[in-house]
Design a protein around this ligand. Structure first.
Ligand code: CTP
Ligand code: CA
Length: 225
């Protein structure tokens, strides 16, 4: 960091970023999860830190390494991610990038569930997970700037705008994650930035470039631009 002489418009600001999937246990050896490499969230944490922010990254299980210059907290489940985020408020900036599993298994088994041949497979009863972005967006210690993502496979803009309002976010970074886009698990992203001001379309960019642009946008917003 000492060698990075770039501008530091986020010096003195704190940020919390979530990234990666969550794993919701079925039993000690099995889980349900969303697809997520953590690449975009980790890149955003690093980009905010590069602009001088004091960044805590709350990451679900990923195979990529912790970004330099950031404090990384590792969690597994959505309820752990929520606790890790809320316990770190207040903060100036929250960027919720994690692909949180929408459901957990209502009563996960303490022991490995054994297959019994000839018998029907065990039913999975699901319960809804807490919405971390929505909790932060409506919190009494709400950060000045709350940013969410909207991973969609159709009606990207409409669904993104709905999420902006419902979750109390200032910005939604919406993207089309249909399999043919190659965005999931890839290194590139093509996003739309949705806010009360309208929609801004960004070109196809590397996830690092999306992160750098978003960090600049956040810095501008906090500076009153
Ligand atoms: N999010 C969250 N906690 C959840 C679910 C989602 O914090 N339990 C956040 C994500 O990190 C993202 C935003 O909410 O910033 C939108 O996530 P998404 O999965 O697209 O939206 P959902 O509200 O879960 O709706 P759906 O999956 O049905 O489209
Ligand atoms: Ca979801």
């Amino acid at each position: 960091e000492l060698l990075d002489g770039g501008p530091k418009p986020l010096a003195g600001r704190t940020a919390i970023v979530t990234s990666g999937p969550t794993h919701e246990p079925i039993d000690p050896v099995r889980y349900i999860a969303n697809r997520s490499s953590g690449r975009q969230g980790h890149a955003i944490a690093a980009a905010l830190a590069k602009l001088g922010a004091d960044v805590t990254l709350v990451s679900g299980p990923v195979t990529i390494s912790d970004p330099a210059g950031v404090k990384t907290v590792h969690v597994e489940r959505a309820d752990e991610m929520l606790e890790a985020v809320v316990s770190r408020l207040p903060a100036d900036i929250a960027v919720m990038v994690a692909a949180v599993a929408d459901w957990r298994v209502a009563t996960s088994a303490g022991q490995k569930i054994k297959k019994k041949s000839g018998e029907p497979p065990p039913p999975l009863v699901l319960a809804e997970n807490p919405d971390i972005l929505k909790t932060v967006g409506h919190h009494d210690k709400r950060p000045k700037l709350v940013v969410g993502f909207a991973a969609e496979t159709q009606d990207v803009e409409k669904n993104g705008r709905d999420k902006l309002l419902r979750k109390g976010a200032d910005l939604i970074v919406a993207n089309d994650v249909s399999p043919e886009t190659g965005i999931m698990g890839g290194t590139r992203n093509r996003v739309k930035i949705i806010s009360a001001k309208g929609v801004e379309e960004w070109p196809d960019l590397g996830k690092d470039e999306v992160a750098a642009r978003l960090a600049n946008l956040i810095a501008g917003r906090l500076a009153g631009a």
